[in-house]
Design a protein around this ligand. Structure first.
Ligand code: IMP
Length: 196
């Protein structure tokens, strides 16, 4: 393939989006996401030059972000996945976090970066952080694509943030409502009520 724009699903029209009444305004465009993810990848490449990290993706929401981010990290990273639940199908946190799928790899002595889609109340990450620190990693950093401003009930440091966004419920780029909208290229406000 010769030069020019990088191919990808974000270049396709996604015409079904315009006729879905549950989808509101665009919060972050696919192009803005692509540029920022590239910057985050470059920063992580610099920060971890001598110690290629283990990326821990938090399923399911972070799968798109992790796929893109990892390809902008110019290091031989390894990856593993965890699934945690706190929301079920609803759009408000239940405050109860549980591990639905645990990691396959041992974290001891590893430089770990947890890759999250969004930090809202912070309860999920606060729980995850404690649970992963207990496994003896050499270091543990957190990278989230989105941080909802002013919502955090738990305090901890987030090392890499893609975008700070207002506290609306958003979908797209991996984020869902009841498993829908993960394949939207842009991030949009969800204007529907609680799913059935
Ligand atoms: P927290 O524990 O309140 O920080 O919520 C974190 C998790 O809730 C994220 O990993 C998402 O799975 C989900 N979540 C929070 N806000 C949103 C949103 O606006 N859209 C989709 N999922 C969200």
């Amino acid at each position: 393939m010769s030069g020019g724009a990088r191919p990808g699903p974000e270049r396709r029209p996604q015409s079904w989006v315009g006729v879905d009444p549950m989808l509101g305004s665009v919060v972050v465009t696919a192009d803005e996401i692509a540029r920022r993810v590239e910057e985050l990848g470059a920063q992580i490449t610099l920060d971890y030059a001598a110690r290629p990290p283990l990326l821990v993706g938090v399923l399911k929401g972070a799968f798109v972000f992790l796929a893109d981010l990892s390809r902008f990290i110019e290091l031989p990273v390894e990856m593993d996945f965890m699934a945690v639940g706190s929301y079920g199908a609803a759009t408000k946190t239940s405050g109860v976090v549980r591990i639905v799928k645990d990691l396959d790899l041992d974290l001891s002595g590893r430089d770990v970066i947890v890759v999250e889609d969004i930090v809202d109340s912070g309860l999920t990450l606060s729980y995850l952080r404690k649970s992963l620190l207990a496994r003896g990693p050499a270091s543990l950093a957190i990278c989230t694509l989105l941080l909802k401003t002013g919502q955090q009930q738990a305090s901890f440091d987030v090392d890499y943030v893609g975008f700070e966004i207002p506290p609306d419920f958003v979908v797209g780029y991996g984020l869902d409502v009841a498993e829908r909208y993960r394949n939207l290229a842009d991030l949009r406000v969800y204007v529907g009520g609680e799913p059935e």
